[in-house]
Design a protein around this ligand. Structure first.
Ligand code: COI
Length: 365
């Protein structure tokens, strides 16, 4: 048994794992985030006692008192990372240390007990090891891990909870967008913003995503796939999409993305692409970009490509942008050449098809 599991997690094997035939049928077409593996991780925290009772166990309902603080004040954070099937049949995670660090930062922002990074890493490594048969082998598919933490103290006063439950569930996934790798259309949110300076925009807390849903629904009614948020002060600067970061590529080969000013989620994919952009010899800028500039540059042809990126979205080209009083297309709405090169560079490392010069792959077995 792995030393980390011995120290942190006891193992209770599921008595009813899904039959092999049923699992394989699900893995052929898992969709996104609807299918879950046989096991889950749970670790509890209590002030004065610390982290305890870590388990890998059969996936089951989480039972909570209705007075649990998460139901009332939304002290909740989560992460997203993937385990990839390697060409030799083994598996690796991609930069799990970065997710562990961000989870800790999110906890601090939400006044929650920070989970030690070593525990986060042990938990994600162990669930993949136990549910290894669930890692899909289909092109582009992977096992998505969703670590999350909720406030479980039963109390209605507004104060940080003294008790928490940390869980990890795992879900085999294909493409996040229904159209697969096809270019998506964005809806510019003018009625709503996502985050303001001093707020929770840089934390991966459920509340940010809950607050994005009205804008996302508005976009869906307009036939768009994702919403794009502008800054909360001037309503001018492009910040991020509902659940992913955004990049722009110009005719001189420059790669640009909005800077991390505290209102944008510091994406692990975003950070990796900045490094890969440099590796490919591109000029990379973390610089604000106004929605008016985006429209003007797309129309003049100065802007050649744009894409969304994240663990879920990987790299998805943006073909069209629509708002209440504007609409424009980027390039010929086909995935651009540099977008494709960056995607290949990233996914070749993730899936073990290329060397790993930055040490991002975390081999599991
Ligand atoms: C991810 O990319 O892992 C995310 O958490 C985005 C999610 C909201 C779908």
């Amino acid at each position: 048994m792995d030393q980390a599991r011995e120290e942190i997690l006891s193992y209770e094997k599921s008595e009813k794992p899904l039959a092999r035939g049923e699992r394989e049928a699900l893995l052929r077409n898992p969709g996104w985030g609807r299918v879950f593996t046989d096991h889950m991780v749970t670790i509890r925290y209590k002030e004065g006692r610390g982290w305890h009772d870590g388990k890998i166990r059969a996936r089951t309902d989480v039972r909570l008192e209705p007075g649990s603080m998460v139901f009332h004040y939304s002290q909740e954070i989560f992460e997203g990372l993937k385990a990839y099937r390697m060409p030799d049949g083994g598996a690796a995670l991609f930069r799990p240390d970065a997710n562990a660090r961000r989870f800790r930062n999110s906890a601090e922002r939400m006044a929650m007990a920070p989970l030690p990074e070593s525990m986060f890493l042990a938990s994600v490594r162990e669930i993949v090891s136990v549910d290894r048969e669930w890692i899909p082998s289909a092109e582009g598919a992977a096992l998505y891990l969703r670590p999350f933490m909720i406030a479980t103290e039963v109390a209605l006063g507004t104060k940080p909870s003294a008790e928490y439950l940390y869980c990890v569930v795992a879900s085999p996934v294909g493409s996040y967008f229904k159209g697969g790798a096809a270019a998506v259309t964005l809806w510019i949110s003018e009625n709503y913003t996502r985050a303001a300076r001093g707020g929770t925009g840089a934390a991966k807390c459920g509340g940010n995503y809950a607050a994005s849903l009205a804008a996302q629904a508005e976009g869906a009614r307009e036939g768009c796939d994702q919403v794009v948020f502008l800054d909360a002060v001037e309503r001018k600067w492009v910040e991020e999409l509902g659940g992913m970061n955004v990049f722009f590529i110009f005719d001189d080969g420059t790669l640009q993305t909005p800077p991390l000013t505290g209102t944008i989620l510091p994406g692990v994919t975003r950070d990796s692409l900045i490094t890969l952009g440099h590796d490919l010899g591109l000029t990379v800028r973390e610089q604000p970009y106004a929605i008016d500039e985006w429209q003007a540059d797309a129309t003049s042809g100065r802007l050649r490509e744009a894409f969304a990126c994240g663990t879920a979205a990987v790299i998805t080209p943006i073909g069209k942008v629509k708002g209440k009083s504007r609409a424009f297309s980027i390039g010929d709405a086909e995935p651009g050449q540099l977008t494709q090169r960056l995607k290949t560079a990233l996914t070749d490392i993730q899936f073990g098809r290329a060397p790993d010069p930055h040490g991002w792959r975390n081999r599991l077995f």
